[in-house]
Design a protein around this ligand. Structure first.
Ligand SMILES: [Zn+2]
Length: 212
């Protein structure tokens, strides 16, 4: 099922044609206006280790207890299902549980959120979310990226510290957008503790301690 049909099913929105250009709105890099949905926002979340454990156990994410559409207090918690296909007409796969909604926005039996789950490795899980409220998506990203990120030697096993895998493809993307921001937030003491906690191999230990 393509994205347009999924958006129509979940949000009841039609693609605006032509896609909205118009006067410059306050530009958000999360806007889906370029795909014809100025009402929608998208966010990419890379699960931290605590979020990954929650995901494996319960297939859910950490959410603030606010409606994903309007941020009012949450009253109902709804699932996201996989897009219906003819194989799954009778039993639709649940992708994500427990998305908070207020009374008004939670009347249907499905969350007003689209989710795509992309496991890149045992320790790297990328989750793409599409929703209507940018603040809710940002909060969800913050909550699920809190705590340790898995170290590079677990995230991409087989990549040595100087591997060319860190300069291309998923390895490069993850190192630049997930690992580096995480590592830069740690103090020198926290970096030492992290390397002990994760039993850093000697070559990785020295490589990481050299990073800015
Ligand atoms: Zn609401």
């Amino acid at each position: 099922m393509n994205l347009d049909r999924q958006i129509h099913r979940v949000f009841g929105l039609e693609k605006s044609s032509p896609p909205v250009r118009g006067p410059p709105l306050p530009v958000s890099d999360m806007s889906l206006a370029f795909k014809g949905y100025p009402m929608l926002r998208q966010a990419e979340v890379f699960l931290s280790v605590p979020a990954l454990e929650r995901w494996r156990m319960e297939h859910t994410l950490a959410f603030s207890q606010e409606c994903c559409v309007c941020l009012r207090a949450a009253q109902r918690f709804l699932p996201v299902h996989a897009a219906p296909g003819w194989m799954s007409l009778f039993r639709r796969k649940q992708l994500l549980a427990g998305v908070p909604h207020c009374e008004e926005h939670g009347r249907q039996d499905e969350a007003r959120l689209l989710v795509q789950v992309n496991p890149w490795s045992e320790w790297v899980c990328q989750i793409a979310l599409i929703g209507m409220n940018e603040a809710f998506l940002l909060k969800t990203r913050e909550l699920n990226q809190a705590g340790d990120m898995a170290p590079p030697w677990k995230a991409f096993p087989g990549y040595e510290p100087m591997s060319s895998g860190w300069r291309q493809g998923n390895g490069e993307y993850w190192f630049a957008h997930v690992w580096s921001p995480f590592w830069q937030r740690l103090s020198p003491e926290e970096r030492q503790q992290y390397n002990q906690r994760w039993a850093a191999p000697p070559d990785w230990h020295s490589r990481l301690m050299d990073l800015p």
